[in-house]
Design a protein around this ligand. Structure first.
Ligand code: EPU
Length: 431
């Protein structure tokens, strides 16, 4: 199993190209099941989650191809993939695949829309919490779907086809909103989604569906109205830049010091996280080519944060911000409100010398810690990358194990950081 070795203590300077967003690419790929025509996605990040989803979609009968490189494209420019679901050959998504990637549960919506039936394994728990799918199933039931749970599978049928309705989410859910959108676009009549998630990835999916012929109003607000259409066509769509990758590298620079241009990044996608970073003393400027982040000398000021649905501070940047706060000039308070168990990084940060106390969903981070390199590992993607950031600022050598978590969501992580002067390399194979 690969590991990443980091020699800490170097400042970061240069430029990092920001990849297409994993959490936009996945639902966009799933949306290709909605049409017999070809969906072409540009700027798709090279990630193991994308490869796995291609396999899962292949199981349903999708022909997927990755286009060759074009002149002028660097190794880091995203890929163009084409997906064509001319005939859906299988409406079952098996446990072996869904349990490896929760988002693949979302195929339930387009399978129902196209075939009137789906049998999809329940994803089960994961490292960051229980993560139920009750609200996703509730949304489908509002559109006339009959669902029973049998042998660990959600067996869903829409005998009269999907029928527009009102879906009022009691809690904001990104996956629930993706599923509701994909089910409603070809339902008969009008669907209203109330208390919809407003994440930029929802807007990206809605924009792509609109190019495919869907009629959607209000994506990016709490109320989305969809007028069903009988069929969707193919389209071309560019995946939006990854706001979590952007925030992660911005936090790395805020921690090590330096000056880095995050190419292609957009402030409007992560305003609240950048405002918190500015509170710590980092300078951030939107330039034409992307976002520039600088911290020269000066201490890191402590800032309290609370994770919230968009436009609040994203839970997917909580672990990285915690790493930064271990070096702040005072104590800070981090309140996690989205996932009940998303503090798995606390014990690993402690191995590097951090002092963090937990009380339910609140972590109090003691500042002014001198971090020292160590062997660490983590059980989820964002927790793993928080250890990389901490390692960059620690004294001596840090080795991050279980790198496959990083490969799920960060394209060419070690190459991008090394280009900015970090001492970081991938060590392959068993120790
Ligand atoms: N929830 C329910 N019932 C449901 C669905 C969700 O109770 O039926 C709860 C969840 O347990 C959680 C909250 O609602 O407490 C929000 O969950 P949400 O549905 O918004 O999360 P998700 O769609 O499963 C996506 C991202 C996550 C990100 C969250 C929150 C993708 C592929 N995943 O998950 O990303 O943390 O939204 O922003 O888009 C990651 O990339 O590392 C990652 C975990």
């Amino acid at each position: 199993m690969d590991r990443i070795r980091i020699g800490g203590g170097r400042i970061l300077t240069g430029a990092i190209p920001i990849s297409g967003a994993k959490n936009a690419a996945l639902p966009l790929m799933i949306a290709s099941l909605l049409t017999r025509e070809t969906l072409t996605l540009h700027n798709v990040p090279r990630l193991s989650d994308v490869r796995l989803l291609m396999r899962i979609l292949g199981n349903h009968g999708i022909d997927a191809a990755i286009s060759g490189k074009r002149i002028g494209q660097s190794e880091e420019s995203g890929e163009t993939i084409t997906l064509c679901a001319r005939d859906i050959v299988d409406t079952t998504a098996p446990y072996e695949l869904v349990s490896r990637m929760r988002a693949s549960f979302w195929v339930i919506a387009p399978l129902l829309a196209r075939m009137g039936e789906a049998r999809v394994s329940l994803p089960g728990g994961c490292a960051i919490g229980t993560r139920p799918v009750d609200l996703l199933l509730m949304a489908l039931e509002k559109l006339g779907v009959e669902i029973e749970i049998d042998g660990g599978y959600a067996v869903a049928r829409a005998p009269k086809g999907l029928i527009g309705g009102e879906i009022d989410f009691p809690k904001v859910t990104v996956g629930g909103t993706h599923v509701a959108l994909m089910a409603a676009v070809m339902a008969k009549g009008e669907t209203t989604i109330i208390n919809a998630a407003r994440e930029p990835e929802i807007v990206d999916l809605a924009e792509c569906l609109t190019k495919m012929g869907a009629k959607i109003e209000g994506a990016g607000t709490e109320r989305i109205v969809i007028e069903g259409v009988p069929r969707l066509d193919g389209a071309h769509h560019h995946v939006l830049p990854d706001r979590i990758e952007t925030g992660t590298y911005a936090m790395a620079v805020a921690m090590t010091g330096g000056d880095v241009l995050l190419e292609g990044a957009r402030r409007d996608l992560l305003d609240s996280a950048l405002a918190a970073l500015e509170g710590t003393g980092a300078h951030i400027a939107q330039e034409e080519a992307g976002l520039r982040i600088k911290r020269n000398g000066g201490g890191i000021l402590p800032v309290d944060i609370t994770t919230e649905p968009f436009p609040g501070f994203p839970t997917d940047l909580q672990a990285q911000f915690m790493a930064l706060m271990t070096r702040a000039e005072g104590n800070s308070r981090i309140h996690e409100t989205i996932f009940e168990n998303r503090f798995m990084h606390v014990q690993e940060l402690a191995r590097l010398g951090a002092k963090i106390s937990l009380d339910g969903d609140v972590a109090v981070v003691e500042g002014r810690r001198k971090l020292k390199g160590a062997q660490v590992m983590a059980t989820d993607l964002r927790a793993s990358v928080s250890l990389v950031i901490a390692g960059l600022a620690a004294q001596g050598e840090t080795v991050v194990n279980r790198v496959y978590h990083l490969d799920r969501g960060f394209e060419a992580l070690e190459k991008k950081l090394a280009r900015c002067g970090a001492d970081i390399e991938r060590l392959s194979g068993e120790k």
